[in-house]
Design a binder for this molecule. Structure first.
Ligand code: COA
Ligand code: AMP
Length: 633
């Protein structure tokens, strides 16, 4: 079937379309109701079906005779380790860990936080939770204790699974003290902390809630998968929102399993048995869907890579991994390619490796700029598949449907709308725009299976954030347009979220931290263009009158407090002291104007601006601080 026919079927008969797709996964009880509504009127999928995600990713493949196939390749340049695990081995470890968790008192419906680096034990922990119906919430290891504490208080986990350390390019990061500090800060106190000791020399302060991971697994019996309802939450994944508090996206089980299988087949065209590598982190949406659940449900061997595209040890690492493990599909953020391109502009490293196994390169997490796409295509002639999605969707909404009908690539566009999604472009008044007219990206309900089913404990915010502006539509938070051929171009966020090296961060959250500095009267944090990371945050601060703090000292203290309260991953390095901030006459800070000035873009002076002379003041302050696109180059 061709793309258009396939797509039209998904929109004209969603129930028929998704019933057919749901039959491609194994259920304990097949759903008879395909699409229904929850008590708040939100569309839900496969209500009366029961299944288990861990069964689909492990036990099923073993029953089908693939127990000896390699499930995980753990490749860690930072510890110089390569280790392979078969489906049999993973299942044994996961089933024992799940048995251990039951013995510790975890039960179906409890939550567990997983705060771990890119090691197989992170995936074991996720799958062990799924096996017994415990809802996991993986927190990215780059977040500071304060951020971890916010998540502990929000999802109130029975316990936390962690490892002794993570490793960054230049340092070992001891995780256990961070977990202890987070528990200290949080009001909710988890009962157990399971610690996997990597034996790399990190300090592991002992607390009475600690349980040793190895001892737990060694001393436990394997436990079987429990059947869960289709809408039983598989996981909560926190992502930045436009306020200081992150949103706990809830993912169901049955819809997600169906969507994972669908995307592996029809979008990525990944064949079972092939080697699939997503160089993301299990703490992000890409990691959940395309390091763990997607490839595993499709019986791919998945690569768990603990390293960076550069400096671990150099810009050849990606090509070494592809050639050594015969990777057929590779997935990363464009920023990773930009980092490699910067270190190896002529692609000298690429020539040293046999990349003949590679069939396609997937990109997501941020817009792929034309120069990066061009560089990649020049050096590696495989299709580059950009795909647009969000933590909320859990899988692509716009992509090149390789398993249906591969399409011509148009630079700047992630190609066409994915079957199941009815994407439209609205103006501010909710009127549908025509071809090539830029506006707000919205999606008509129902969203297809696999999308979030709520925000943890916060129905009001769920409705207010996504569904209240245009009734019957999901507001994506991105701007974009659709061209005359139906190609969708995503032009960037229309809210206060920024995308730093493929990581979604909230400027509102950073503003809260900056504003809490005792010398700061008021501040604005905006995301400005960065050649490597796509965007980086910059803080403009107005110092309280009478304060005598030196600018460099203030900058140092603010940068440190962002690292301490949010994490180094926020990458805030520039703090610019200004006399005042640009505002409207009603006192609203004109953040977009600051961004336009820093990026040296053409802009219209807002008609509501309080005092137009501020524009030059900001321009001069940014130039003096060497902040902004051209002033830094
Ligand atoms: N634990 C602790 N600290 C972490 C961390 C983790 N898991 N991940 C990042 N950090 C720290 C880094 O050490 C760095 O600290 P520093 O300021 O002291 O140097 C800071 O957070 C910023 O990290 P990062 O964004 O990774 O920048 P970098 O300069 O170290 O590397 C890139 C730049 C482009 C190579 C890197 O950002 C990258 O590989 N990006 C791809 C991102 C990606 O895969 N995103 C997933 C979406 S698909
Ligand atoms: P996250 O929820 O962390 O996956 O971030 C989602 C946001 O990243 C989206 O709302 C977009 O702003 C941006 N994004 C992700 N993928 C793409 C893409 N392929 N093209 C453009 N923007 C993207």
């Amino acid at each position: 079937m061709k793309y258009q026919e396939f797509y039209d079927h998904s929109i004209s008969n969603p129930e028929g379309f998704w019933r057919e797709q749901s039959e491609k996964i194994e259920w304990y009880n097949k759903p008879s109701t395909i699409l229904s509504k929850d008590q708040n009127g939100y569309p839900m999928w496969f209500e009366d079906g029961t299944l288990n995600m861990c069964y689909l990713t492990l036990d099923k493949h073993i029953q089908d005779g693939f127990g000896d196939q390699v499930a995980f390749i753990y490749d860690s340049p930072v510890t110089q380790t390569i280790r392979k695990y078969t489906f049999n081995e993973v299942k044994t470890e996961v089933a024992k860990l799940a048995g251990g968790l039951l013995a510790l008192g975890f039960k179906k419906g409890d939550t567990a936080i997983i705060y771990m680096p890119m090691i197989p034990q992170t995936a074991f922990a996720m799958l062990a939770c799924a096996r017994i119906g415990v809802i996991h919430s993986v927190v990215f290891g780059g977040f500071a204790p304060n951020e971890l504490a916010i998540r502990i208080d929000d999802c109130k986990p029975r316990g936390i699974l962690t490892a002794s350390s993570g490793i960054e390019i230049d340092r070992l990061i001891a995780y256990k003290p961070l977990v202890d500090e987070a528990i200290e800060i949080a009001t909710h106190k988890p009962k157990k902390v399971v610690v996997f000791n990597r034996k790399l020399g990190a300090k592991i302060p002992f607390k009475k809630y600690d349980v040793d991971y190895d001892a737990l697994v060694y001393g436990s019996e394997e436990t079987a998968c429990v059947a869960v309802e289709s809408n039983h939450p598989l996981y909560i994944l926190y992502t930045s929102g436009t306020t200081g508090k992150p949103k706990g996206i809830i993912r169901d089980t049955g819809g997600y399993a169906t969507a994972m299988q669908f995307s592996m087949t029809y979008i990525y065209d990944a064949k079972p048995g092939e080697i699939f590598w997503a160089a993301s982190d299990m703490g992000w949406a890409v990691g959940h869907s395309y390091i763990v659940y997607g490839p595993m449900i499709n019986r791919n061997t998945t690569v768990i890579f603990e390293g960076k595209p550069i400096k671990t040890p150099d810009a050849s690492t990606f090509w070494r991994v592809i050639s050594e493990h015969k990777v057929s599909t590779m997935f990363c953020a464009p920023t990773a390619i930009r980092a490699i391109k910067k270190e190896d502009p002529d692609g000298e490293f690429i020539k040293q490796y046999d990349l003949s196994s590679l069939k396609k390169q997937l990109l997501a997490g941020e817009r792929c700029d034309a120069a990066t796409l061009e560089w990649y295509q020049k050096h590696i002639p495989v299709p580059v598949i950009d795909n647009w999605w969000q933590t909320e969707s859990g899988w692509p909404m716009v992509a090149n449907p390789m398993g249906i009908e591969p399409m011509k690539i148009k630079p700047g566009s992630a190609a066409k709308v994915v079957p199941g999604y009815d994407i439209q472009i609205f103006n501010e008044n909710g009127e549908k725009l025509g071809a090539n007219e830029e506006g707000l990206v919205v999606i008509k309900l129902p969203l297809p299976p696999g999308n979030m089913i709520g925000l943890w404990g916060n129905l009001e915010r769920f409705n207010a954030s996504y569904f209240s502006r245009f009734i019957g539509y999901y507001l994506a938070g991105d701007g974009g347009y659709i061209d005359e051929d139906g190609y969708i171009f995503i032009t960037g966020r229309v809210d206060d979220l920024i995308n730093v090296a493929g990581h979604r961060l909230s400027t509102a959250e950073m503003e809260e931290v900056v504003a809490s500095h005792h010398s700061v009267a008021e501040c604005a944090v905006v995301g400005i263009y960065d050649e490597l990371k796509g965007q980086i945050p910059v803080a403009l601060v107005v110092v309280k009158s009478g304060e005598t703090i030196e600018s460099f000292q203030l900058e140092y203290e603010i940068v440190q407090s962002i690292r301490k309260k949010i994490g180094a991953v926020a990458s805030l390095r520039n703090v610019v002291v200004v006399q005042r901030l640009p505002k409207t006459r009603s006192g609203k800070i004109l953040r977009k104007l600051i961004r336009n000035i820093a990026d040296q873009e053409d802009f219209q002076i807002p008609s509501t601006i309080d005092d137009v002379t501020i524009i030059d003041e900001i321009r001069i302050a940014l130039a003096k601080a060497k902040v902004g696109q051209k002033s830094t180059s």
